[in-house]
Design a protein around this ligand. Structure first.
Ligand SMILES: [Zn+2]
Length: 137
């Protein structure tokens, strides 16, 4: 079991080098997919970062997309794993100042996090100027 203090955990997240906290990335210990708050928001786990914060690194994004149980061999798709379940198969625990151990998904490497950030980059949609006056009313 790997353990990190909160300080080390935050430093490792900082070291991922992504621009938005929504893109800080973790790796599900079962299906090995890289995921971030942005994925959880997109999957409908919550409306914004604050709403999904408690799930990042704790529940696989697949829980909100109808994914199945973890496969024996990771196939690149999310699963329905959560660390809140019966079996403890996590490999990382974050130790808070009160000495409590909190299971967490492993953190993505800076390379993984930045590649994931890029893949998830929000597409800016601009409405044609004409659309602002037409339509309803
Ligand atoms: Zn998973």
């Amino acid at each position: 079991m790997k353990t990190m203090t909160i300080k080390e955990f935050h430093a490792a997240l900082q070291a991922q080098g992504v621009k938005a906290r929504e893109d800080l990335a973790v790796v599900c210990p079962r299906c090995k997919t890289v995921q971030s708050a942005r994925d959880l928001i997109a999957a409908g786990a919550g409306a914004d970062f604050v709403a999904v914060d408690g799930y990042v690194g704790f529940s696989c994004v697949g829980r909100w997309t109808g994914a199945g149980s973890p496969r024996k061999t990771p196939d690149g798709k999310p699963c329905n794993w959560t660390l809140g379940g019966l079996f403890s198969l996590h490999t990382l625990e974050v130790v808070t100042e009160d000495g409590k151990h909190h299971p967490r998904f492993e953190l993505a490497t800076p390379e993984q996090a930045q590649a994931h950030e890029k893949a998830n980059a929000p597409t800016v949609q601009r409405l044609p100027a004409d659309d602002t006056e037409g339509g309803a009313a």
